[in-house]
Ligand binder design. Structure first.
Ligand code: SAM
Length: 236
């Protein structure tokens, strides 16, 4: 498989591209790429281009790339998740899965029962994991790791589409006909202690429907992954 590298701005007519620090180091130190190797560059906004390495050392990598083309491997409609993040190691694995599954954005949610809100350093690590996941999975659009939002601020923000809250006491959820192809979809997953009764009431007041993912209680990262598989299944 041709190695993929992330380069946020690809020249429309093709030309020389110098990879950013981390990508150049990955190419030279980890992948041991050589001058003449064929690679694929993607810009994280839906385009990719074939390229050939022209010069490489431990810190820099310069490629000659063809004009980029739009290559769409996204879901048929955007799927946004808001999740009260689990502990960092679990959050990293979760982000990898969600990115592979085509989730468009992840909003870290701070709920009443959130134990420790995510740090900026963790969010930066998660953004780097998104890049790695896109490289591995062939995805050309970066999953956006949005800024941390307080539960109420998240629920209050306008959203044009269907919204759900994963809750063990919820209903059976959407069926394929419930939302037109392409309608934006958003869903929330709560913290280890679950959403509080007050939060459930606030979500319901904002017309966010509760859905159950089955009779067993999942960890946060499992619930988010199950939810993404399930909702993405309606959108492939
Ligand atoms: N005791 C908590 C409760 O009753 O909500 C369990 C919390 S669970 C560890 C963390 C989050 O995963 C929940 O807030 C919910 O959003 C989601 N979740 C876990 N299992 C679920 C299920 N079977 N159905 C729907 N959501 C689930």
């Amino acid at each position: 498989m041709t190695r993929r590298y992330y380069s946020p701005s690809l020249p429309a007519a093709g030309g020389l591209v110098e990879l950013m620090d981390q990508e150049a180091q990955h190419a030279s130190r980890v992948m041991r790429a050589q001058v003449g190797d064929g690679v694929i560059l993607f810009d994280g906004q839906g385009h990719e281009a074939e390229a050939t390495i022209q010069a490489i050392d431990k810190r820099t990598c310069v490629c000659q790339c063809d004009p980029p083309a739009a290559v769409d491997r996204e879901l048929a409609g955007p799927l946004h998740l808001a999740v009260a993040l689990p502990k960092p190691d679990r959050a990293k694995e979760m982000v990898e899965r969600l990115c592979e599954l085509g989730v468009r954005s992840l909003t870290p949610l701070v709920c009443e029962r959130t134990q420790r809100p995510p740090t900026d350093a963790l969010l930066e690590k998660l953004r780097r994991i998104v890049v790695e996941s896109c490289k591995q999975s062939g995805r050309n659009v970066l999953m956006e790791i949005r800024p941390v939002r307080d539960f109420q601020a998240y629920v209050d923000q306008p959203f044009e589409g269907r919204q759900w809250m994963a809750h063990p006491s919820g209903g059976s959820g959407p069926i394929a006909e419930d939302f037109a192809h392409g309608t934006p979809v958003a869903a929330m997953v709560g913290p280890e202690g679950g959403f509080s009764d007050e939060e459930v009431a606030r979500a319901e007041a904002a017309a966010i429907e509760k859905i159950s993912l089955g009779p067993r209680i999942y960890r946060i990262e499992t619930a988010a992954t199950v939810l993404a598989v399930w909702l993405a299944g309606h959108r492939e």
